[in-house]
Ligand binder design. Structure first.
Ligand SMILES: [Zn+2]
Length: 399
């Protein structure tokens, strides 16, 4: 068993289910203690900090000699629940794959970060390599938020499972809630009642219109258009009573440039319109969790050269223009492959089969779209240590 396999097995064997998802679950304390010990033994400077009682982050640093850039490797140590799994914490290897709760999301990536950080501690790097093993990614992301407040680095890699594809953009989300207020009354006395559930009908119709309008907006080249949907609805108590309140939870998925404020303003425009048209319409809007979208700058040093975008590529042109040029891609093509940076679909190219050469942008020479299949070296999962060395300023001669 390799060092990586052993480490991943050890991590999978530790129950670290997020207690915000499964009440009473183990949480991250045990796995954080294991990781802290492992990193100390590997020679890193280790800090364990509770974000919530009994739920710590581990932040460890492989100090560089000075003069290099710093790289942060991030992974979460919590998992979702284990419903339907017979032996979730007994890792087993089958066909070259390790199975168990969290093996894929994301103790595998976490193990790779730990090995890379241990390598960094061993090598004579100029810059620091920081590894952050964070709690609570599966619910509210409090662990990474705490890290982002206190830890600074020149570059960061989050080792979530992406099948070795670089994710350079991600949507955010805004959770919103609308409550409509009615007047409770017995069903036999309609002149006294105001039906809060019926009042929510206007909100739902407005939301559906907004969803259609968002779908028509110029898409982000990698993320597509923004979206909104109803999540849950609650209201009413019994058959014979006019409901006095109804609550609708809404999720708005945001693109870079959109914020909690912009998303809330759209919802407020809907309820304000309803209130203006109907004096009996009463509502309140509340904003819950907000998580920002991300977009890595096109010329960021953290991107390997073959993944950097050429200045003048989609990052600097209007998405609308890009979306209009070029033929329509084949229907069967997944969204991620529909358009290259130039807005054109490569002539005669089709969706790549697993293991084939990725479709390259045929127009822009340094397009964001992968121009080649990951090398065997990268596929074997050694990309992180190599990248750590490159970014932290390892000198080829003294490396
Ligand atoms: Zn994950």
């Amino acid at each position: 068993m390799t060092r990586l396999e052993q480490l991943l097995s050890d991590l999978v064997a530790i129950d670290s289910i997020n207690p915000d998802l499964v009440p009473g679950a183990a949480g991250e304390a045990a796995i954080a203690a294991f990781i802290a010990d492992w990193l100390r033994a590997a020679g890193l400077e280790v800090h364990v900090a509770e974000v919530r009682p009994g739920r710590p982050n581990v932040v460890a640093i492989a100090r560089g000699a000075g003069g290099g850039r710093s790289l942060l490797l991030n992974g979460h140590i919590d998992t979702v629940g284990v419903a339907g799994m017979s032996q979730p914490f007994r890792p087993r290897v089958e066909g070259g794959k390790l199975y168990g709760r969290g093996a894929y999301d994301m103790k595998g990536g976490m193990a790779a970060c730990l090995i890379a950080a241990a390598e960094a501690a061993r090598l004579n790097l100029r810059g620091d390599v920081i590894v952050t093993a964070v709690m609570d990614e599966e619910y509210a992301g409090l662990g990474t938020l705490a890290v982002a407040e206190r830890v600074r680095a020149d570059g960061a890699i989050v080792a979530e499972p992406t099948e070795l594809q670089l994710v350079v953009a991600h949507k955010g989300f805004v959770w919103l809630e609308v409550e409509t207020q009615g007047v409770a009354a017995h069903g036999s006395r309609p002149h006294l009642g105001v039906d809060a559930i019926a009042k929510m009908g206007g909100v739902l119709t407005g939301l559906e219109r907004l969803a259609a309008e968002l779908a028509q907006r110029p898409p982000h080249p990698l993320l597509g258009p923004p979206s909104v949907h109803a999540s849950t609805i609650q209201g009413g108590g019994e058959w014979s009573t006019y409901p006095d309140r109804c609550t609708l939870a809404i999720e708005r998925r945001t693109l870079p440039g959109e914020t909690g404020d912009t998303a809330e303003a759209e919802l407020r425009a809907i309820v304000d319109g309803l209130a203006a048209a109907d004096p009996a319409f009463k509502s309140t809007v509340r904003r819950d969790l907000v998580r920002s979208p991300l977009e890595t700058p096109a010329d960021a040093a953290i991107l390997p050269p073959f993944n950097r975008r050429r200045p003048g590529c989609w990052a600097s042109r209007s998405s609308r223009r890009a979306s209009r040029s070029g033929p329509t891609p084949p229907r069967s093509t997944p969204p991620a492959f529909r358009r290259c940076c130039s807005g054109r679909w490569g002539r005669g190219r089709t969706r790549p089969r697993s293991g084939s050469i990725w479709p390259a942008c045929s127009v822009a020479p340094t397009c964001i779209w992968p121009r080649r299949r990951p090398s065997a070296h990268e596929r074997r999962g050694r990309a992180a240590p190599a990248l750590a060395g490159a970014l932290a300023g390892r000198d080829g001669r003294d490396g």
